[in-house]
Design a protein around this ligand. Structure first.
Ligand code: FBP
Length: 289
């Protein structure tokens, strides 16, 4: 199994410099919507096709699923790979952070996050980095492009442990429920706000500075925004492996039952004490009726 995980990571990491440099030519919306009814940029479709081709060619990958595709692609026997090819793609036109999120499950999709055996993300920022969680450890690498479509990985942080909480950020503020507004107001008195509008960028700050990041349920979207299999599970797996915690307001994200491929979930991850506070103070049933 380790060989398969290594190969999936290698394929995606090798494509990262190409994806990063290819974004500038693909910044227009194409008039399509993805299965979550979000507008697609040319870059979303292009990155999905590229990564699909690379990941499905790995021997030992049995299923491939993407936030950009309706159905799971069956490619044989083996592990299941779920990807968000370009997370935060609405940041592309304004030249802000974007990323790629990958979860590797040893179960057929859809399934719980508990079935993840590795997860990683690429962050296309001033540097292109790879952050990988496997075997209970999180490591970060800078990806350096070399001639001939080659890359070198330089370890930047080994065995990342989330430091004492310092920053926070929550998405969806136009439609928060009142109990969440009260919660945010209290949190804002103690912690510094950092919100960039790309899940990978925001969670990367949380991992390095410590704190809490979330995209809660909204009055107009009781399930929140993030997709469980493509976004919530891999990121929760990484944060938990770095000594943090995650919740959907009641239980660890990794314990949420997955009934549908594109299922959404309220999401919080970060400092363990702050996650307990979310679970104590936020009542998702406040949106019922
Ligand atoms: P996709 O771009 O993959 O659909 O991801 C959703 C996302 O862009 C996250 O990366 C980001 O955290 C969030 O939506 C931003 O939402 P909002 O526009 O409500 O702040």
């Amino acid at each position: 199994m380790n060989d398969i995980i290594d190969e999936v990571i290698r394929q995606v990491a090798e494509a990262a410099p190409h994806i990063s440099s290819g974004l500038k030519k693909r910044r227009e919306y194409v008039g399509n919507e993805n299965p979550s009814d979000e507008k697609q940029l040319e870059a979303d479709i292009w990155a999905n096709e590229l990564l699909k081709q690379l990941v499905t060619s790995v021997k030992g990958v049995g299923e491939f699923a993407s936030e950009e595709e309706e159905q799971v692609t069956d490619c044989g026997e083996g592990l299941s790979v779920a990807i968000d090819p370009l997370d935060g793609s609405s940041n592309i036109p304004t030249n802000n952070l974007v990323g790629t999120i990958v979860g590797i499950y040893d179960e057929e999709l859809p399934c719980k996050g508990k079935n993840l055996v590795a997860a990683f993300y690429i962050l296309y920022g001033p540097l292109t980095t790879l952050t990988v969680a496997r075997d209970g450890e999180v490591d970060e690498y800078v990806i350096e492009e070399k001639p001939g479509d080659k890359i070198e990985l330089h370890k930047a942080s080994e065995n990342i442990r989330m430091p004492k909480a310092k920053v926070y950020g929550f998405g969806g503020n136009k439609n928060w429920a009142q109990d969440f507004r009260d919660f945010e107001s209290e949190i804002s008195e103690e912690y510094k706000l950092r919100y960039g509008g790309a899940f990978v960028g925001d969670i990367n700050q949380t991992l390095h500075h410590g704190g809490l990041f979330g995209y809660p349920h909204r009055t107009d979207a009781p399930e929140g925004k993030y997709r469980l299999l493509f976004e919530c599970n891999p990121i929760a797996y990484i944060v938990e492996a770095a000594g943090g915690a995650s919740t959907d307001t009641e239980k660890s994200i990794l314990e949420v039952e997955a009934d549908k491929l594109h299922q959404r979930s309220p999401f919080f991850a970060g400092d363990e004490k702050l996650i307990k506070k979310v679970e104590k103070e936020i009542d998702i049933s406040s949106l019922d009726g």
